[in-house]
Design a protein. Structure first.
Length: 442
């Protein structure tokens, strides 16, 4: 008892002396002389973390959108790796894809650590409660599958070229059955061929990826030269002394877009949620009455004297910042649905499903299996992205979601009717096509 009493007295005396000392003397200071309690809500060394994040995203984007297309083109020059109509792409080429997947795992791990350095400790707790941390593993697997999906899309025009003698003729005959627009399109497709049309679709997806990669490179170079504070001063972002390098919601949506370019949906999900958190910024609004005006507006709303919009304007929030983040969110999801989803997934799925039915009798079993795997991955990505966009934007995203869903349903129907139609070819406007008795192509 005596020892416990003595220890309690020493603790009380120590606490009493601390109460009269500056906090920095008994708490200790963070690197750079900053008070750790004062900066608990502001991350430290954001410039370094942002540079690390952008560097890793750019490196993997370079692997996907530059290295893989070059590797796909070089395979046509090597007889052993050249894709065929019987087996599709070479199994030996999957060793290079495995190296890309390994690079993805390493880059994602470093990028995730850097992204966590951009948010404060309370925000990390919020991300955990929202399930962002728990979704990381599932989204990481989705990103790895997307690496494989990009490779199968890149190899598809070469496989179509190896089957061109049989595929293009059936393709032209199926289009000749389409009323009104069928014959004009046949005249164009006769010169373009099926493999050429598929190549244009893949080239459009690659150009979108390269364009996004160039934007990422410019963004990275600007932050290397100016830092976060320099960029903020250039675009007119107001910085407080406590958090001079605090990223805005628009910047987090930019990082989410760059994460999509690097095929890292786990990073994109984290940046999306952080952007939504940065939508809510405190504003005292003292010139309008501040907290007293807010309380008065809440009371008037109960008696119907103030509309819901008026009550929202009375909240102590920066409405201009919230509207900017809302616009950035809409732009982000529209680009995602029209660019990566429609061109990169839905269009490729439609082309591959057409190839599946046109080459049903000519493709080998191994080529069929590889083609089905690629189409299944595309369907998975379409479902995940359309659901995520609709859950975030609601009715605003409905037209874009409907376009993607219609193309996906059309493609799935083509695959299903390939098993039931006598000639394995089905059109949306004419149903099953009888290739043997179709109108000759003039």
């Amino acid at each position: 008892c005596r020892a416990a009493s003595r220890a309690a007295q020493m603790l009380l005396s120590e606490m009493s002396t601390r109460d009269f000392e500056p906090r920095s003397t008994w708490l200790g200071k963070a690197p750079g002389g900053r008070d750790p309690r004062q900066h608990e809500y502001s991350p430290i060394q954001q410039n370094d973390c942002l540079g690390e994040l952008l560097e890793n995203l750019f490196n993997h984007g370079l692997m996907v959108w530059v290295f893989l297309p070059i590797f796909a083109g070089m395979q046509w020059m090597v007889p052993m790796l050249r894709p065929t109509c019987e087996s599709g792409y070479s199994n030996y080429s999957l060793l290079i894809v495995a190296l890309v997947v390994g690079h993805h795992l390493a880059a994602e791990s470093r990028s995730w650590a850097a992204a966590r350095g951009l948010i404060s400790r309370p925000e990390k707790t919020i991300m955990h409660q929202l399930g962002v941390i728990g979704r990381r593993r599932r989204l990481l697997v989705l990103g790895l599958l997307e690496d494989l999906d990009i490779y199968t899309d890149l190899m598809f025009p070469f496989i179509a070229y190896s089957c061109d003698a049989k595929i293009t003729e059936r393709w032209l005959q199926s289009w000749s059955e389409v009323p009104t627009i069928g014959h004009p399109l046949v005249r164009i497709f006769r010169h373009l061929r099926f493999w050429g049309f598929s190549g244009l679709g893949v080239a459009a997806a690659c150009m979108g990826g390269i364009f996004g990669l160039s934007r990422l490179m410019l963004y990275r170079n600007d932050y290397r030269k100016k830092g976060i504070e320099g960029m903020h001063s250039e675009i007119g972002v107001e910085c407080t002394p406590r958090s001079p390098t605090r990223l805005t919601g628009e910047e987090f949506f930019s990082l989410a877009r760059f994460s999509d370019i690097a095929l890292m949906p786990s990073l994109a999900d984290l940046c999306q949620e952080m952007a939504e958190q940065r939508r809510w910024i405190f504003a005292s609004k003292e010139e309008e009455g501040g907290a007293l005006n807010r309380t008065r507006a809440q009371t008037d709303a109960i008696f119907g004297k103030v509309t819901a919009h008026g009550l929202q304007l009375a909240e102590l929030l920066d409405e201009a910042a919230r509207e900017r983040v809302d616009r950035a969110q809409q732009v982000y999801f529209v680009i995602l649905l029209l660019g990566r989803t429609l061109v990169g997934n839905a269009l490729q799925l439609w082309l591959q499903s057409s190839f599946f039915e046109l080459g049903y009798e000519n493709l080998g079993r191994e080529a069929h299996v590889k083609l089905v795997i690629g189409m299944a991955i595309s369907v998975l990505h379409l479902c995940v992205r359309c659901f995520a966009s609709f859950s975030k934007l609601g009715c605003f995203s409905l037209p874009f979601v409907v376009i993607n869903v219609v193309v996906m349903a059309w493609s799935i129907a083509k695959i299903g009717y390939a098993f039931t139609c006598p000639q394995h070819v089905w059109n949306l406007s004419t149903g099953c096509v009888d290739i043997a008795h179709s109108v000759p192509i003039v």
